[in-house]
Design a protein around this ligand. Structure first.
Ligand code: AVJ
Ligand code: FE
Length: 446
């Protein structure tokens, strides 16, 4: 690495750290101290826990591990260890109160800036290409999205504000905004990555996957389509649900996406403290895996596998290469995708034509996390790095993979290879889905 490129890297890391901390500040300054300490749902931490946890991880990995510096505080590691403290117990812990938590993260950050000035980005894997800094930026952004989901669960008047997402643009008047579904030809593609410098362990290594031809929705399933499933009695018909899904649907009393309520002959949803009429052309959000699976079965379709999702998002039919995003390798801009909490809900289908894949699949990145039918596993040749607890301990049958990021996901924590996961019953996250099906024999030849 040359001096010049190492200076560029320092600058880029500093900018990412700063941008990320500004978001954390916004999310934690929008409410008063009382609210920060309170638990808004047993599924979520008090916001002040996330705040100090972000600082504590930054201290562990950057100040202590990369920097080899003295601890800022080693008396609080256990308090902010996500494995030692289940979420529902976190409000009862002797947490740092807001002022102390803010001072703590600021002290850690000063040491990190000092470290960033001196660190050599040598070939050690933790520091090569600034990986550990990138990991910490992504960690904070992931918690920012979690804090945004906590805001959505807060009772009371709105405290977060943002302009509405863009409206769909119709390239050819009278033509459909997006095609209904897209055929992806059979064949091999490269899944995962060896070269993306800040890709996390579960995105590696790159490997070939051979898929038969399939058909995937050109856009996420909309509220309008989902409403037809509800109106057709989809929630009351066990035919559409798996056994586990039906059991959960009954126990939890599910009858519509989370945050919906009946509104005359239609529906309204609550979004960050405001009630709006449900809009039919927006991707449905706040559904669990079981609801997504049941909808797909009702529609005579299925959820895509994780590999099908990634091939649709990355495979370039012209070169056969896998790209970083559906539109190419360039970083997302506001024209490509609804990311980064620029807006507070998903954009209507057709709002991001510049973000479509070469085959014409829209809104794979941003808007809503998309459930896939694949449980979280390591790729062939997976090696945990730098710690087993980021992803390896979650491998198995308990968690389903979600792809693509939501309106609340930052671009630093979102790319064609990025993998998220959650329990199939969870829907407080910004989760939606699209459907797929096997290609019919004649169809695959075209
Ligand atoms: C990858 C989003 C499931 O929030 O539990 C945060 C990310 N890991 N701190 C989560 C994470 C450690 C993780 N998810
Ligand atoms: Fe964490």
């Amino acid at each position: 690495i040359t001096d010049r490129s190492s200076e560029d890297l320092r600058g880029r890391i500093a900018a990412e750290l700063e941008r990320t901390r500004a978001r954390t500040a916004l999310l934690t300054e929008a409410v008063d101290d009382d609210d920060l300490m309170r638990q808004h749902s047993p599924l979520m931490s008090p916001l002040v826990w996330d705040l100090a946890h972000v600082g504590n991880q930054e201290e562990l990995w950057l100040v202590r591990d990369v920097g080899g510096r003295e601890p800022v505080r080693c008396d609080i590691d256990d308090l902010y260890d996500a494995f030692k403290q289940p979420r529902r117990d976190r409000p009862a812990l002797p947490l740092l109160p807001p002022e102390q938590a803010r001072a703590y993260v600021a002290t850690v950050r000063e040491k990190v800036y000092d470290l960033l000035d001196r660190v050599a980005f040598d070939s050690r894997r933790l520091v090569a290409d600034g990986f550990a800094f990138g990991m910490i930026v992504q960690h904070e952004q992931q918690h920012d999205e979690t804090m945004l989901a906590t805001h959505q669960l807060r009772a009371g008047p709105a405290v977060l504000h943002a302009p509405p997402p863009p409206e769909p643009t119709r390239p050819v008047p009278g033509e459909a905004l997006v095609p209904g579904e897209v055929l992806v030809p059979g064949g091999r593609f490269v899944m995962g990555t060896d070269t993306d410098p800040w890709a996390l362990d579960n995105e590696r290594p790159a490997h070939q996957v051979d898929l038969p031809a399939y058909v995937i929705d050109a856009a996420p399933v909309t509220n309008g389509a989902y409403r037809a499933f509800i109106a057709d009695g989809g929630y009351d018909d066990p035919r559409w649900w798996t056994e586990a899904g039906w059991r959960h649907r009954r126990q939890a009393g599910l009858s519509a996406p989370m945050h919906w309520r009946r509104d005359g002959d239609g529906w309204a949803y609550q979004r960050f403290g405001r009630w709006d009429r449900v809009r039919d052309d927006e991707p449905v959000v706040h559904v669990c895996y079981h609801e997504a699976q049941a909808y797909a079965a009702w529609a005579g379709r299925r959820l895509p596998t994780e590999a099908e999702w990634e091939k649709a998002a990355r495979w370039d039919p012209t070169t056969g290469r896998s790209r970083r995003y559906p539109w190419g390798d360039d970083e997302p801009t506001s024209a490509h995708a609804n990311l980064g909490q620029r807006h507070l809900w998903p954009a209507p289908v057709g709002a991001y034509p510049a973000g479509a894949s070469p085959l014409g699949v829209h809104q794979l990145i941003g808007d809503v996390w998309e459930w896939t039918s694949t449980p979280l596993r390591g790729y062939p040749g997976f090696a945990a790095f730098p710690y087993r607890e980021y992803s390896e301990v979650f491998f198995g049958d308990d968690y389903q993979v979600l792809r693509g990021g939501s309106f609340g996901t930052d671009r630093a924590a979102c790319r064609g290879t990025f993998r998220n996961w959650d329990y199939p019953i969870r829907r407080q996250i910004f989760s939606g889905f699209r459907c797929a099906r096997d290609a019919a024999p004649g169809e695959a030849q075209r």
